[in-house]
Design a binder for this molecule. Structure first.
Ligand code: TMP
Ligand code: ASP
Length: 237
């Protein structure tokens, strides 16, 4: 399948039309941003790692009955996916206190939760992705009650599958962000799941193996991303 016209360019990916109106190609870039685009940089080969990691994780999720947009990986930076109407609501699932939640509640990072915490954010850089709840999303017309319920339930299912996988490769899945789209009357998992969109801590060293290395200027971003793909390929590749 060949790339047609570029339909959309985001901070980390581009979306291209294909000859099939129901399919688009996602192309992963090496550009990294943080704080709603205020901090910019490049993580070498990030696009390649994120495409590979995301394809492997989406395939695993499909095998566990979670429907996703994935059709097939085309090459190192390109993946063929179903075209969807994206829901502008990010679903964050947290297993351990970290990041914006630790800051907002004045807690130390690292406290494990007895059960996962789900949060919703309105995807809008100009507004700095404000936290919302189901009532806001429904009233603003971003998603129906039923779609939101499905997104939250699927978020928790994704968490169970990925927590187990990461645990088996010596990584704590601290938290992650996922996005959904609607194709026909189906709610499908879309976008990506990668070290850009997860917090991943090595179980032994507690080293961060994710985008926090870039956000917090910790260095060795490329090495951390490569380590994640190496371990996932060892388990699933
Ligand atoms: P947070 O603690 O900054 O709210 O982030 C929670 C999770 O969501 C973390 O795994 C990183 C991910 N995330 C994104 O993928 N995109 C974003 O824009 C933000 C703020 C977080
Ligand atoms: N979505 C944020 C941005 O691009 C990045 C992040 O913190 O993950 O600025």
């Amino acid at each position: 399948m060949e790339r047609g016209e570029m339909l959309y360019e985001g901070k980390a990916k581009q979306i291209y039309a294909t000859k099939d109106p129901g399919l688009v190609i996602m192309t992963y870039k090496d550009e990294a941003t943080a704080f709603d685009g205020a901090k910019k940089g490049i993580i070498k080969n990030k696009g390649i790692v994120n495409n590979r990691v995301s394809c492997l994780l989406f395939k695993l999720l499909e095998s566990r009955g979670i429907a996703t947009h994935l059709v097939e990986q085309i090459d190192d930076r390109n993946v063929l996916v179903r075209k969807m109407r994206m829901v502008p609501v990010e679903v964050v699932v947290r297993n351990v206190m970290a990041g914006s939640l630790a800051k907002r509640l004045g807690r130390e990072e690292g406290e494990p939760f007895s059960s996962p915490i789900v949060e919703l954010y309105y995807k809008n850089d100009d507004l700095h992705d404000p936290m919302i709840n189901e009532y806001h999303a429904q009233e603003m017309g971003w998603a129906t009650r039923d779609e939101l319920e499905q997104m939250i339930a699927k978020g928790l299912q994704v968490n169970e599958v990925l927590k187990e996988l990461f645990d088996s490769i010596g990584i704590i899945l601290v938290d992650f962000k996922i996005e959904f789209g609607v194709a026909g009357n189906e709610v499908l998992l879309g976008d990506e799941i990668s070290p850009d969109s997860c917090r991943l801590w090595d179980k032994v060293s507690m080293e961060k193996l994710d985008k926090d290395r870039f956000r917090r200027d910790l260095g060795k971003e490329e090495e951390a991303y490569q380590e994640v793909v190496r371990r996932i390929e060892g388990a699933l590749g």
